[in-house]
Design a binder for this molecule. Structure first.
Ligand code: ACM
Length: 766
């Protein structure tokens, strides 16, 4: 059947039918305990809400807001229960707390759904979370009534800190979007919004005493287009925007009403180019032309540790603290500080002598300690990225561990609080799928399952030290995310996996079960206008077979339609087939075909192309090496510069596959040939892709099998090929001949569909 409007309509019906299936409990994050009771509660327009106290009335108001938004009606609120059919908010059920569930009693809550009433118990914040769970039990549409299955849910979170971050420095995000983000966070029970407000590329918060911070620092006017713009360096789009103090207060109040604390981040001493563009006297070089950066990266422009700078930062932080009165924390950055400008500064040398600081790392530590002392004096604590460990940790600092978990472990062992946000699990600027078809992103590869496997408490932290892990957070850096829709694409559905990582206990987590529950959330996200990444069809994976046909069975997510091609073209809603039964795709020996799919959501949105390669080929077996030495063997052949025609050959061992190592003896613009041979450790059985980017003749062999061979012309180009490999060591042989002009030769590899890794030599053995 071709995809058609009829199919779309069928699909929508199917989606709403399954969403209301009453025997499934699809709450995310998964609660601690869910017991099914018998019967169901029937919510009608005559159902009453019962609120006995202030907290109850607040929740009654929120429930009515929700009903109005979803169904267009609200319920009457009573101060006493009627005989039946009511939803009541009650103080905590102390019997539950004291007998069965110690820990986090302020968030402990229960939801008891019976045929005649729903009772939600807890302190105010617990009631709010109970309400979020109840919301997830409601269908998208109201006919004449709603049946909610009878249940007893008892719940409270594993961690006290459940965070989401948003970088508004690289790209400014409007207030309406920030509020939407906060709404979605609260729906999934996050309680800390880390607002990254200052960056090299933009200062986004109004500071009354220093108006140039926003007049100059919030604007990135320069278009790179005229300057050989490449999208990998900057986006070339003029950018501006900042939040007024009134807007900041409005967002903070909005978040607080949803039990979310907002932590402002004011970056220091690095990532401060925008501030320095506004106030160059805060840098170490008087005559330097500081500017709001128009490219991405780490910059050498940093605050100079002078009294003038400290005075400025104290003024700024005083205003900031006033705008975030309830946040216990102020985040002061501390990451990626290049020390070049400090090294050349007489003022820094003087400071080092005066304070007995032995190197620039200690200068950085001095900087952070001083800011901590000031912030502590205002009754707040600092959070800093894990670089604040270098040169000595400030006494009361909380460490946000991002360069892996190492910094977090070290800090916890030193009895400092830690928030875990390691790149490998929680950097939502990383790609979620095949880089060939995902929207441009910072690189990396972090799929949903990997996010879901995140445990903020590292195995290495035994006993008491684990208690310093306050929780976890996902970060969304916006170098490549110009719009709210782009942020949503990166945040969802990964944010739901992170929600479960920081709420649910590990024993209670299971990815298959999570995926099943997740599928019912897409329709809700559609209704909320969230540009989530539409999931790949289940079962779409690279297949290596020795048979005449590759058989592939897809399990499209609930409510989605999958269209596909196998001829290499992108699927098209008008002409491509719709998937409705397993595919058996014929393959000749050695042949590869690509199954390309597009998934259409229940709301009619189309995914990017999701592909899988089907390959008929034997797996290559790994080699055993008695001795392993790092690096590769090489051969190098050239003609001497003295005019002799006899070639000169050299060979040996080297740690790198870079051509530059031969520049000492050879003019690399001339004629030469080079070979590198080493063994690459393949992590798991699978289909691997190798890619060579080069100018002249190029070849790549794996275990002696020719994968790429191309007698090039003087024109840089990319060639790639796939090969199935068993886990273990495989011989990689690289060949390159240059015939004049600038040489270029780079080889990369990837698990097919994931991110490229360079073969630089260091990861090989011989
Ligand atoms: C960071 O990603 N530089 C904290």
């Amino acid at each position: 059947m071709k995809y058609s409007l009829f199919a779309a309509a069928f699909c929508l019906l199917f989606a709403s039918f399954t969403f209301t299936q009453s025997d499934e409990i699809n709450i995310i994050p998964k609660p601690r305990s869910v017991k099914k009771l018998s019967g169901a509660f029937k919510l009608t327009k005559n159902t009453r809400i019962v609120a006995l106290d202030e907290a109850g009335r607040k929740m009654a108001g929120l429930l009515n807001d929700l009903l109005v938004k979803n169904y267009g009606f609200k319920l009457k609120i009573n101060s006493k229960p009627p005989t039946n059919n009511y939803i009541q908010f009650l103080p905590p059920d102390l019997s539950i707390r004291e007998t069965t569930l110690p820990g986090r009693p302020n968030l402990l809550h229960s939801i008891k759904i019976q045929p005649d009433r729903i009772e939600i118990t807890g302190y105010e914040e617990g009631l709010f979370y109970g309400l979020q769970s109840l919301k997830q039990l409601l269908p998208l549409e109201f006919k004449s009534s709603i049946e909610i299955p009878a249940l007893l849910i008892v719940d409270y979170p594993r961690f006290g800190y459940r965070g989401m971050h948003l970088d508004v420095g690289r790209h400014f995000m409007p207030v309406e979007f920030v509020k939407k983000y906060i709404d979605l966070m609260s729906q999934y029970k996050f309680n800390n919004f880390h607002w990254h407000l200052t960056e090299d590329q933009g200062w986004r918060i109004e500071i009354k005493k220093y108006p140039k911070l926003t007049e100059i620092g919030s604007k990135r006017p320069e278009s790179m287009k005229e300057k050989n713009f490449t999208p990998y360096i900057g986006d070339g789009v003029p950018e501006g925007g900042f939040y007024t103090q009134e807007q900041i207060k409005d967002v903070v109040a909005y978040a607080n009403a949803r039990y979310i604390n907002v932590i402002p981040e004011i970056e220091l001493p690095g990532h401060s180019s925008a501030a320095l563009a506004a106030y160059p006297e805060l840098g170490c070089k008087a005559d330097y032309k500081y500017k709001v950066q128009t490219t991405w990266g780490i910059f050498k422009e940093v605050y100079c540790p002078t009294e003038k700078t400290f005075g400025f930062l104290e003024d700024v932080l005083t205003e900031v603290i006033g705008l975030f009165p309830d946040s216990p924390y102020i985040h002061i950055g501390g990451d990626e500080v290049l020390k070049d400008m400090w090294k050349e500064s007489p003022e820094v040398r003087e400071l080092m002598a005066r304070e007995n600081l032995k190197d620039e790392r200690e200068v950085q530590s001095y900087f952070i300690r001083r800011m901590e002392k000031f912030i502590n004096s205002k009754g707040k604590k600092i959070i800093g990225w894990d670089e604040i460990l270098e040169g000595g940790l400030a006494p009361n600092a909380t460490v946000m561990s991002w360069r892996g978990i190492k910094g977090g472990i070290e800090a916890a062992r030193a009895k400092h609080d830690v928030i875990m946000t390691p790149t490998d699990y929680s950097y939502f600027d990383y790609g979620q799928g095949d880089p060939a078809t995902e929207p441009i992103n910072i690189g990396g590869y972090l799929n949903l399952e990997k996010v879901y496997s995140f445990d903020p408490v590292p195995k290495e932290l035994a006993g008491d030290d684990a208690k310093y892990i306050l929780g976890g957070q996902a970060n969304i850096w916006t170098e490549y995310l110009q719009t709210p829709a782009a942020v949503e694409y990166m945040a969802f559905p990964r944010m739901l996996a992170m929600a479960e990582d920081v709420w649910t206990t590990p024993e209670n987590k299971n990815f298959v079960d999570f995926s099943r529950r997740l599928s019912s959330h897409y329709a809700q996200l559609d209704k909320q206008g969230v540009n989530y990444r539409i999931p790949e069809p289940g079962g779409l994976q690279n297949i290596v077979t020795e048979n005449e046909k590759a058989v592939i069975t897809l399990t499209p997510a609930r409510g989605t339609v999958v269209i596909y091609t196998i001829d290499g073209s992108d699927p098209n809603v008008k002409s491509s087939e719709q998937y409705n039964q397993p595919l058996a795709i014929p393959l000749k020996v050695g042949e590869a075909k690509t199954l390309k799919t597009i998934v259409i959501s229940s709301a009619g949105r189309k995914s990017v192309v999701y592909g899988a390669t089907l390959l008929r080929h034997d797996y290559l077996k790994p080699a055993e090496l008695a001795e392993k030495r790092p690096g590769v063997t090489f051969g190098f052949i050239t003609r001497p510069a003295n005019g002799s025609t006899d070639p000169v050959l050299s060979s040996g061992e080297t740690k790198t596959t870079g051509l530059q190592q031969f520049a000492k003896t050879t003019d690399l613009k001339g004629t030469f040939g080079v070979t590198f041979d080493g063994y690459l450790n393949i992590p798991a059985d699978g289909m691997y892709e190798f890619q060579a980017e080069s100018t002249w003749d190029t070849a790549v062999f794996i275990d002696g099998e020719k994968l790429i061979e191309d007698a090039g012309i003087k024109d840089r180009k990319i060639r790639s090929a796939i090969i199935p490999l068993r886990a273990g060591l495989h011989k990689v042989s690289l060949r390159y001949n240059n015939h004049g002009g600038d040489p270029f030769f780079r080889v990369r590899w990837a698990i097919k569909g994931q991110n490229w890794r360079n073969i630089g030599g260091g990861e090989l053995v011989h």
